[in-house]
Ligand binder design. Structure first.
Ligand SMILES: NC(=O)C1=CN([C@@H]2O[C@H](COP(=O)(O)OP(=O)(O)OC[C@H]3O[C@@H](n4cnc5c(N)ncnc54)[C@H](OP(=O)(O)O)[C@@H]3O)[C@@H](O)[C@H]2O)C=CC1
Ligand SMILES: O=C(O)CCC(=O)C(=O)O
Ligand SMILES: [Mg+2]
Length: 732
């Protein structure tokens, strides 16, 4: 096993790796540190799942399972880049591409019938959505902007859209019968097994059995009423039209992979309600599944003139929709994975409450976020900016995050314990001793979910928050709502730990709405605060605040202190930026910023130095920090425009600053001597390297695939400088 594992992923970060990883492997070799890879890409995970369909030489090991074991050991040192959490259209796209590349994989069974089809579907469904992060995250999360990154953002503030008090942008959520209002929660006194059943007039149907919870686990259950959701969506569509603003829906269908595609499907149905009323049967025959989005729907009905005419007539009556890409006519309801609330809401807030309309112009929007668990965060942020005007990134303090996520804590909606209820009845969670822990009376179509958080991760999270607050000395708030069932159980864990340590006055506990306001007030004053949150708010806030403070979450330091002693270093807090790949393919310019990778690499090397007593690794790690500073100080980050320096140029500068920093240090003369000629060669060849890199920009680039690019073509595109390659050498 290599000392450090660098994950192979998809899209923009994977392209960046083709250029950056050879530098990392070459430089770390000098400290006796090996950097290997494990494939967690969507394509790689698909291939690893179906060996029986592949020839011997096409088969791939199950690297995710391997990493899942590694992160439970003290030896783990993993640099984790963002990977695709696939929606169904993305999964189907990846399968088609792999089939076209000669992998005879089975099709994704849309409506599985035979036992074989059902088995294939179950395997594909396990790959869907957020299937990687919950396996690797065997620790809680510590996300913040490194000091250098925050200072740089203050000295070079990005443009922010203006907020005015008359903005019509607002958040709309259900008035009840949602996950928030129906939640029940309990902490288990002893370890137990459990099952989930649906009792109907016809008898008992087991939804899930074999659940096992250790003592102290907080177990919740709740449901959203489909009828209430339907009424809510219909009313919001009308209200949006009356207000003359854009209709927008914000969900996280990738991470909440069971619940949120269903909510998304309800919105598609509500928007096209008259069309579904009239043509429902014909559309079902054409294979339309509203959960797959408007894009898939249109592709299936395009040859039916009568349905198309009714769709056009319906859309003409509807409010304009918030667009993902107005040039290409891609709406908010086209593909569920295109609108990811953690990125979409902050982008809209950063823009002064504006979204793009179908006419390509900016407009105010109704931000529909059906459930009330976390919608108040965005609602209050919008209220705050309407009252106070936009945030000033030059003077704003920072909101750091300590997030509960270890051992699949609070994996709402992505759980194997989330169900779309097939028929009316009572859902019960029954413990092994017969106790009914939770029960809800439900109707057909309601979405019922249970999630849990174990005792050890909760205690670890509170202790991590205590140590981070001690290190920073700033305000620290537990974002917990005492009126919410689940949060009340967590508060019962938090208070005694704080009391026992005499820290009750050091920490505040506030509901998300109040905590949002308090945090915005704090950073507006130029002060810092730590948001100590559950898993979903960890996700939401580590995009919201970075996007306001730094323009992007790509620059975040994202450390997962694994509970068994290892380290997992995530890069940034954002995703895999599909738009960046598109630009590279069209005009050979990659605007992906690898600052997240640089930060993670520095942390990983210093962690390795501590864990293995490797002094050379520490020197390399400290030099990475100096190089990252150099990138910022000298403005070497990628530009967004073709013809200007891109990701590849930034890697050249990173390699050069890194080599120069090692060559300049005096603690290890041998290491300095090893790096001096590399630094000199990089400096001496600056003009040649930069002109070789610049020469390739402009024309289209061929990667030989999207989900599984051709390795040789990718290297040719991402390493176009012969001079740089001769200094760095080949990938190990
Ligand atoms: N941890 C993980 O594994 C995560 C995976 N994802 C996955 O990523 C995909 C895309 O998600 P999406 O929500 O659109 O989020 P992204 O974070 O990929 O994109 C939002 C926007 O942020 C900017 N951005 C993000 N990263 C960088 C970077 N390194 N350098 C420069 N700009 C950056 C880009 O803005 P611009 O276009 O203006 O340049 C981008 O379009 C999905 O498949 C999703 O499932 C999402 C979140 C986390
Ligand atoms: O796992 C995912 O799909 C997304 C994770 C994410 O957005 C995050 O951790 O910030
Ligand atoms: Mg996120």
């Amino acid at each position: 096993m290599s000392d450090i594992i660098y994950t192979k992923v998809d899209e923009a970060p994977e392209l960046a790796s083709a250029s950056l990883l050879p530098v990392i492997q070459r430089f770390t070799e000098a400290a006796g540190v090996s950097v290997g890879t494990r494939d967690i890409s969507l394509a790689g995970r698909i291939l690893a799942t179906f060996p029986e369909y592949l020839s011997e030489d096409q088969r791939q090991p199950d690297d995710l399972a391997d990493l899942g074991r590694l992160v439970k050991t003290a030896e783990a040192n993993v640099i984790k880049l963002p990977n695709i959490s696939a929606s169904v259209p993305q999964l189907v796209g990846a399968i088609k591409e792999l089939q076209s590349q000669g992998f005879s994989l089975p099709d994704y069974p849309e409506a599985p019938d035979t036992d074989e089809e059902k088995a294939v579907r179950a395997k594909y469904d396990a790959i869907k959505g957020s299937a990687v992060n919950p396996v690797l995250r065997e620790g809680n999360s510590d996300r913040r902007a490194a000091k250098a990154v925050k200072s740089f953002a203050q000295a070079n503030p990005h443009r922010m859209g203006e907020w005015t008090s008359d903005s019509k942008t607002h958040v709309s959520s259900m008035s009840g019968n949602d996950f928030y209002s129906n939640e029940t929660s309990a902490t288990l006194a002893t370890a137990t097994g459990a099952k989930i059943v649906l009792e109907t007039a016809a008898g008992e149907k087991v939804l899930k059995e074999g659940l096992e919870y250790p003592a102290g686990t907080v177990v919740d259950a709740t449901y959203m009423s489909a009828a209430a959701l339907k009424d809510f969506l219909a009313a919001e569509i009308e209200k949006t039209k009356d207000q003359g603003i854009l209709f927008s829906l914000h969900l996280k269908a990738t991470m909440m992979k069971v619940s949120d595609p269903i909510l998304f499907g309800h919105a598609v149905k509500a928007f096209l309600a008259p069309v579904f009323d009239k043509h429902g049967d014909a559309m079902a025959e054409l294979g339309v599944n509203p959960n797959s989005g408007l894009g898939d729907l249109l592709a299936r009905v395009k040859d039916n003139a009568s349905i198309m005419a009714d769709i056009d007539a319906c859309m003409a009556e509807r409010p304009p929709m918030y667009m993902v890409d107005s040039d290409k006519g891609i709406t908010n309801l086209h593909v569920s994975s295109d609108v990811i609330i953690d990125a979409s809401m902050p982008a809209l807030i950063r823009a002064g409450g504006k979204g793009w309309g179908p006419d390509g112009k900016e407009a105010d929007a109704n931000c529909v976020i059906p459930d009330n668990c976390y919608a108040p965060v965005y609602d209050e942020a919008i209220n705050f900016f309407k009252e106070n005007g936009k945030l000033n990134p030059a003077t704003a303090g920072t909101v750091q995050n300590i997030g509960l996520m270890a051992q699949k804590a609070e994996e709402y909606g992505s759980h194997p314990t989330t169900f779309e209820i097939p028929e009316a009845g009572t859902v019960k969670m029954i413990l092994d001793d017969g106790t009914v822990l939770h029960q809800h009376v439900v109707e057909a179509g309601d979405i019922w979910r249970s999630s849990s958080a174990r005792k050890a991760p909760i205690e670890d999270w509170v202790n991590l928050a205590i140590s981070r607050q001690k290190a920073e000395g700033c305000r620290a708030i537990f974002w917990l709502d005492e009126n919410r069932a689940h949060d009340a159980q967590l508060i019962a864990y938090v208070r005694p730990i704080l009391e026992a340590k005499g820290l009750t006055d050091t920490f505040e506990i506030m509901a998300p709405r109040e905590a949002t306001r308090a945090s915005l007030e704090t950073i507006t004053k130029g002060e810092d605060t730590i948001a100590i949150t559950g898993n979903v708010l960890r996700d939401y806030l580590t995009d919201l605040f970075p996007i306001l403070e730094l323009a992007t979450s790509a620059k975040m330091l994202s450390i997962v202190k694994l509970m068994n002693g290892g380290g997992l270093f995530e890069t940034g807090a954002g995703g895999s930026a599909p738009k960046h790949v598109q630009q590279l393919v069209e005009e050979n310019h990659l605007r992906w910023d690898s600052l997240g990778e640089f930060c993670a690499l520095g942390e990983s090397l210093i962690f390795l130095a501590d864990a293995k007593g490797n002094g050379k690794a520490r020197i390399l790690g400290e030099a990475v920090e100096a190089a990252t500073q150099g990138i910022l100080d000298n403005g070497r980050s990628p530009s967004r425009k073709v013809g200007e320096p891109d990701n590849r140029d930034s890697h050249y500068w990173f390699a050069r600053y890194w080599a120069e920093a090692v060559a300049a240090q005096e603690d290890d003369a041998a290491l300095a001597a090893h790096f001096a000629p590399i630094a000199e060669a990089l400096a001496a060849s600056e003009a040649d390297i930069l002109s070789e890199l610049a020469a390739v920009q402009g024309p289209a680039a061929d990667l030989g695939g999207y989900y599984r690019t051709d390795p040789a073509k990718t290297v040719a595109v991402m390493r176009p400088s012969k001079t740089l390659n001769s200094i760095i050498g080949q990938t190990a």
